[in-house]
Design a protein around this ligand. Structure first.
Ligand SMILES: C[S@@+](CC[C@H](N)C(=O)[O-])C[C@H]1O[C@@H](n2cnc3c(N)ncnc32)[C@H](O)[C@@H]1O
Length: 311
C-alpha cells in the first residue's frame, strides 16, 4: 500500500486519490466531519485492507487528527481539509466508495442556514454518484427533527433507500459528541441508507474542462484589471469578489479572486496572459480552486467584462 497518513490540504487530492483508485483497495470509505478523528482511526485500524478518507472543514481538527493517526501507526487513513459538500463530488472517482459515514453533523436548525447542512439536496446527488451500487451512507445525530429531515431528504433520490433508523444503537466506538449527548441522556439516532440502483451523477471532469478563454481584442492594461478590484457579485449562497492584481515583468497579470459557495470560501488567482492578438484568460495552476458554481461565475464574469467592447 502507498504510504499514507498524509494531509492533502488541497495540494492535489485528485492526483492522490487517482493513485489510490489504481491500487483499488477492496474497501473504500469516507468520513465527513471527523472532528477529533476517533472514529476515522477506529474504522481504519479495524479494517486494514481498506482505505479511509476523512473530510473536515476545521484546520484544527485536521491537525489533531493527523497527529492521532500518526501516533496510532494506522496506515490506511487519509485526511482532506475542506468542505465535504464539494470535495466528495470533486475528488473521488464516480461510484467508487463503499461507505460514507457522518457522525453528528452540525444540524444548522435555522431555515436561513438550511443550505449549509451537509445533507441538503445537492449533496444527495453527489452522495449517490460517489457510492458503488450497494454502498452505504450512515448518519448519526442526537437531533430528532434533523433525523426525520434526513430520513425524508436522502431517499427522495431515486438511487437511495433507507434501510433502517436505529434508536440508541450500540457501536464499537463512541465519538466525542456521542459521549457528550449520551451523558446528557439524549437520544441518539442512527440512519442507514443504501444505494440500490446504479447512478452516475454526470460530474464534470475538471482536467478535461479547464476554465480558459481567448479574448480577441487588445490585451487589457494592468490599470484596467486593477479597476475590477472591489467588484462583488452573486447571490447570498454563491458570491465572488475581485481583489488586487499584479503584473510580472513579462506582462502576465494575476487577478486575486475570492469566492464563497454556501459559505465555502476559496481564494485563488486568475491569470491573464498577453497573446499576439489579445490575451488568454485561465485559472492560475498553482491556486487550483475547486470548480464550484461561484468559481465558474467569477471566471465567466471576468471574460465577459474583458470582451465588452464598450469598456
Ligand atoms: C458536531 S461535530 C462532530 C465531530 C465528530 N464527528 C464527533 O462525532 O465527535 C461536526 C463536525 O463536522 C465538521 N463539518 C461541518 N460541516 C462540514 C462540511 N461541510 N464538511 C466537512 N466537515 C464539516 C465540523 O467542523 C465539525 O468538526
Amino acid at each position: 500500500m502507498v504510504p499514507i497518513n498524509r494531509i492533502f490540504l488541497n495540494e492535489d487530492p485528485e492526483h492522490e486519490i487517482a493513485l489510490m483508485a489504481k491500487i483499488d483497495p477492496p474497501f473504500r470509505a469516507v468520513e465527513i466531519g471527523f472532528g477529533n478523528g476517533e472514529f476515522l482511526e477506529h474504522v481504519a485500524s479495524a479494517n486494514p485492507e481498506g482505505v479511509f478518507f476523512g473530510i473536515e472543514v476545521s484546520l484544527q481538527c485536521v491537525m489533531k487528527t493527523v497527529k492521532r493517526i500518526q501516533n496510532s501507526g494506522c496506515e490506511n487513513a487519509r485526511v482532506l481539509l475542506g468542505d465535504a459538500r464539494f470535495l466528495l463530488g470533486e475528488c473521488f472517482p464516480p461510484e467508487w466508495l463503499h461507505s460514507v459515514y457522518m457522525n453528528f453533523p452540525c444540524p444548522w436548525p435555522k431555515t436561513r442556514h438550511a443550505k449549509r447542512r451537509v445533507t441538503f439536496s445537492g449533496f444527495t446527488e453527489v452522495l449517490a454518484g460517489s457510492l458503488v451500487k450497494g454502498g452505504i451512507f450512515e448518519l448519526l445525530t442526537d437531533d430528532r427533527i434533523y433525523a426525520e429531515e434526513v430520513a425524508r431528504v436522502i431517499p427522495a433520490h431515486p438511487a437511495l433507500v433507507m434501510e433502517k433508523m436505529y434508536l440508541n444503537p450500540e457501536r464499537d466506538i463512541q465519538t466525542k459528541y456521542e459521549r457528550r449527548w449520551r451523558e446528557q441522556g439524549k437520544e441518539i439516532f442512527l440512519l442507514r441508507f443504501r444505494k440500490n440502483t446504479p447512478f452516475f451523477s454526470g460530474r464534470r471532469k475538471r482536467e478535461e474542462e479547464e476554465l480558459h478563454s481567448n479574448i480577441e481584442r487588445q490585451c487589457p492594461t494592468l490599470a484596467r484589471i486593477q479597476s475590477l478590484a472591489g467588484i462583488e457579485r452573486g447571490e447570498q449562497s454563491c458570491r465572488w469578489v475581485f481583489k488586487d492584481s499584479y503584473m510580472s515583468s513579462s506582462g502576465v497579470m494575476l487577478l486575486e479572486t475570492i469566492t464563497s459557495d454556501e459559505g465555502f470560501r476559496q481564494s485563488f488567482f486568475i491569470r491573464i496572459v498577453p497573446r499576439k492578438n489579445g490575451c488568454l484568460v485561465k485559472m492560475d495552476a498553482p491556486s487550483r480552486p475547486f470548480r464550484t458554481p461561484a468559481v465558474v461565475m467569477a471566471f465567466e464574469k471576468l471574460v465577459e467584462d474583458l470582451r465588452d467592447e464598450t469598456i
